[in-house]
Design a protein around this ligand. Structure first.
Ligand SMILES: *[C@@H]1O[C@H](CO)[C@@H](O)[C@H](O)[C@H]1NC(C)=O
Ligand SMILES: *[C@@H]1O[C@H](CO)[C@@H](O)[C@H](O)[C@H]1NC(C)=O
Length: 422
């Protein structure tokens, strides 16, 4: 499906493209940031100069009911991006909902205002109240700023601070993700229209051309088997491949610069048949780079891991290898860059010292694999019906002002960032 022309006509406004900041050192001969577009070469992601580039960053959710990036009622975008930067990180995984784009199409090609978005999601008392808090912290916005303009502002601030943006289609209907009965689990599920999905991917890929910081997009977060309904019978690798090719084509035809991330089955916990080149069952077809003509060097694999009660690092590492990290090695039939785009745990004084967190803190840097920790959010505008929901796994405190677990951040997270990038 080619939607480029239609989509281009829908972009109702534009922000000034952020300028690249010159390097302070006159002898610095590096190409200007971000030095894209990025490509893959075997297991590496490379920039336009051919230098390896590894994403190390954090998930910043923007796909829940309000459908804008979280935390803006507590802090400015600039403050939040500065905090990410202070960890030495170089990227964010910014999630969005397809519903945001659907509503642009059903609203006469105009995006919804913040006024409407907050009231729609939080009600007529708390909606305007939250909006006023957002405007107080982020005075560049007004009640008639649109949701997409908030995404633009996040992307522009990231460009200013040299943080790469990886967009992630997290869900179709804007809400907390993910379960097997949330109607968003698989193509054809209640809210998960394949046509709306490819349209939404194409729209965001095209819109993102004006974001200097945007380098890549994840086609779909955590595909999973629906509990019930017609889509349940199509949950398999063969169907997965059909839709991944459609999604990749929708992105690539709209914005050929972007890297395209593929997620695996069972909540994106494994991609083994893709890596080992075995049958995508129930059919006999196999993954082939030839199915992505002219952009085989744009594909990246992403996995999630939440084996938080692991008690053997060895077992955890074997699982990661068998689930897809093998693609980083020469024993893979199909080599790819592989990233752990979600992992996370309770942010307290001790959980980070356990097997799960400490194992990942050594494994990922040792593989030179990129990663995004879940999650930046200290709290959500609303999650599963609860407003101002506190996020115990958040790197930041409830009001996004400081680190929830300073010992984790200083003794493990910052070293993990450094080790991965070294
Ligand atoms: C960059 O890629 C090359 C392979 O071309 C690899 O040998 C090298 O270790 C990589 N460097 C870093 C810093 O990851
Ligand atoms: C697809 O988008 C249209 C708006 O263009 C919307 O009316 C419809 O409900 C969406 N489909 C699903 C399954 O969400």
């Amino acid at each position: 499906m080619r939607l480029v022309t239609i989509v281009a006509g829908l972009v109702g406004f534009s922000v000034a493209a952020p300028t690249n900041q010159p390097h302070g050192d006159a002898l610095d001969t590096r190409a200007p940031w971000p030095n894209g577009p990025l490509v893959t070469s075997g297991r590496w992601i490379r920039d336009a100069s051919g230098t390896n580039l590894t994403y190390v960053g954090v998930n910043w959710p923007g796909a829940a009911d309000v459908m804008i990036p979280e935390g803006l009622q507590y802090q400015s975008i600039e403050t939040i991006v500065s905090k990410i930067k202070s960890l030495g990180m170089n990227a964010i995984r910014l999630t969005f909902a397809i519903q945001m784009v659907d509503e642009i199409y059903s609203n006469g090609a105009k995006d919804i205002t913040l006024q409407k978005a907050f009231t729609q999601a939080l009600g007529s008392t708390n909606g305007p109240k939250l909006l006023n808090q957002v405007l107080a912290k982020n005075p560049q916005f007004t009640a008639s700023t649109t949701r997409l303009q908030v995404f633009d502002a996040v992307a522009a601030e990231c460009a200013k601070q040299h943080i790469f943006v990886h967009l992630d289609n997290h869900i179709s209907k804007g809400m907390w993700c993910c379960s097997t009965d949330d109607g968003n689990s698989w193509w054809g599920d209640t809210y998960f229209s394949a046509a709306n999905w490819t349209r939404g991917l194409a729209y965001m890929a095209n819109h993102g051309k004006q974001w200097t910081s945007l380098m890549s997009i994840g086609l779909r977060n955590e595909p999973r088997e629906p509990t019930s309904g017609a889509a349940k019978s199509t949950y398999n690798w063969q169907t997965w491949y059909t839709y991944m090719k459609q999604g990749a084509e929708a992105v690539h035809s709209s914005n050929p610069d972007l890297l395209i991330f593929l997620s695996g089955l069972s909540f994106d916990t494994f991609l083994t048949p893709v890596v080992r080149g075995t049958a995508l069952t129930p059919g006999t077809g196999k993954f082939s780079f030839n199915d992505f003509p002219s952009y085989a060097n744009k594909l990246v694999l992403e996995l999630h891991n939440y084996e938080t009660s692991a008690n053997s690092c060895n077992n955890l590492q074997n699982n990661l290898y068998n689930n897809g990290f093998e693609a980083l090695t020469s024993s893979a039939v199909n080599q790819f860059p592989v990233m752990l785009t979600e992992f996370g745990f309770q942010m307290d004084a001790s959980t980070w010292k356990g097997t799960y967190a400490s194992c990942l803190a050594s494994y990922l840097p040792a593989q030179k694999a990129g990663w995004f920790i879940w999650v930046l959010a200290g709290s959500y505008y609303i999650r599963s019906g609860t407003q101002d929901y506190d996020e115990g796994w958040g790197l930041l405190t409830h009001d996004w002002s400081t680190w929830r677990s300073p010992s984790y951040v200083n003794e493990a997270l910052i070293p993990m960032v450094k080790d991965t990038l070294s």
